[in-house]
Design a protein around this ligand. Structure first.
Ligand SMILES: NC(=O)c1ccc[n+]([C@@H]2O[C@H](COP(=O)([O-])OP(=O)(O)OC[C@H]3O[C@@H](n4cnc5c(N)ncnc54)[C@H](O)[C@@H]3O)[C@@H](O)[C@H]2O)c1
Ligand SMILES: [Zn+2]
Length: 363
């Protein structure tokens, strides 16, 4: 079992990398004595694959282990489900010393983490992410929360886990679109922070889709390190953390307008093409770099164009983004491959030209 450490001003915690669930016992024992109550929180899909296995393994070392299962999907990431989770915690008499294991993708991690952050003013939790997106993104950084009315992640907290435990083997059951959707954030990490990582990704798509253990571990580990390095310098999103929004300004607008028909990573992929195009027309990166970025995204089966939306509608949706302030749409652009800059002077014409570009315009 390998590990790296995430240091934030409020806490420091390890991320463990393994290819099984058995090793989690060693990690748990380091933090929690065997008389602690443990509650696994997971969704119905993940429960079918891994719920029973994890329950049995944890029960071999802890006396009281429970499992709380909720229906899968973003549409259940809300306060109603959180209430059901609280009720389960109360029924099982979980107290301040109890521990929550969030087993699943980002929906589970965000929601079980939020329940842990708020139940009795906060009880410890462990992230056990099982999608690529959650392994490289949502389980690192301590953002937990739920959607409210039409607003994504509107209710939440910053709450760091005791540790993160990644069993790479869980990716074997993940549908391929989910896998490639998760890789969009991985490519983002290379683009904004690490050129040589981007270059490694350029040549690794074949082994990635074959789920080559070494390549997967390298990718997940490096992405956790890179995201960890950003959140440790800016835990509460005062500034630097904004670079993680590369591709998301446009990506979120597309995601909302398509009514979540495409996966988040697929929308972010198109959004990154738009942001790379803006970087190009502002003289920051070359045309070759723009094409290179599109090529690597496409090689991971990610879309680089989107056709069906009206330009005005996309622009107006960007104005509604919670990160847009005083009608100024802030963009994260690339000053080169591997380096990001925050820019607020992108003018409307340029934004429309970027929207035209991602809608099949050629250079
Ligand atoms: N907290 C953060 O910083 C942060 C960052 C990015 C995204 N997010 C959140 O993450 C969520 C998206 O996460 P996600 O893409 O992991 O979605 P998800 O949790 O809904 O998982 C996607 C689907 O895959 C299934 N699944 C999970 N693991 C599986 C496995 N190993 N094998 C087979 N099926 C499996 C799930 O049941 C679900 O149906 C969004 O709600 C988003 O807001 C949070
Ligand atoms: Zn994202």
């Amino acid at each position: 079992m390998n590990e790296i450490c995430i240091n934030t001003p409020s806490s420091a915690y390890p991320i463990y990398f393994s290819d099984n669930f058995e090793d989690i016992i060693n990690a748990l024992k380091k933090f929690f004595p065997s008389d602690r109550k443990i509650c696994i929180v997971t969704d119905e899909n993940v429960n079918k694959y891994y719920g029973q296995t994890l329950l049995e393994i944890v029960s071999s070392a802890y006396k009281e282990v429970y499992k709380c299962v909720f229906p899968a999907g973003e549409s259940n990431k809300n306060l109603n489900t959180v209430q059901e989770i609280y009720k389960f915690f109360i029924e099982k008499h979980l107290d301040r010393n109890s521990l929550i294991l969030a087993l699943g993708g980002g929906v589970t991690g965000d929601m079980a983490g939020f329940a842990a952050a708020t139940y009795m003013r906060g009880i410890p939790f462990v992230q056990i992410p099982t999608t690529l997106l959650s392994q490289v993104d949502s389980s690192v950084g301590g953002k937990v929360g739920v959607d409210f009315l039409q607003h994504k992640n509107m209710i939440g907290a910053f709450y760091q886990p005791a540790f993160v435990y990644i069993n790479l083997d869980t990716l074997k059951t993940l549908p391929k679109e989910q896998l490639s959707s998760g890789v969009a954030e991985v490519i983002k990490h290379g683009l904004i922070l690490d050129k040589s990582y981007f270059e490694f990704l350029e040549s690794s798509y074949d082994s990635f889709f074959k789920l080559d253990h070494e390549v997967l571990e390298k990718i997940i580990r490096r992405s956790c390190e890179l995201k960890g390095s950003v959140v440790s310098r800016d835990e509460k999103e005062a500034g630097l953390r904004a670079i993680l929004n590369f591709g998301h300004t446009l990506g979120h607008a597309i995601e909302t307008l398509l009514n979540f028909k495409l996966f988040h990573g697929q929308c972010v992929s198109v959004g990154m093409v738009g942001a790379a195009y803006l970087s190009y027309i502002n003289g920051l990166i070359s045309k070759e770099d723009l094409k290179r970025i599109e090529k690597v995204l496409a090689s991971y089966d990610l879309p680089v164009r989107i056709e069906e939306l009206n330009k005005e509608v996309i622009y107006n949706q960007m104005l509604l983004d919670k990160k847009t302030k005083n009608n100024i749409i802030h963009f994260i652009l690339l000053s080169s491959i591997g380096k990001a800059v925050r820019v607020s002077h992108v003018n409307t014409d340029q934004i429309f030209s970027a929207i035209a570009y991602i809608q099949n315009d050629v250079l």
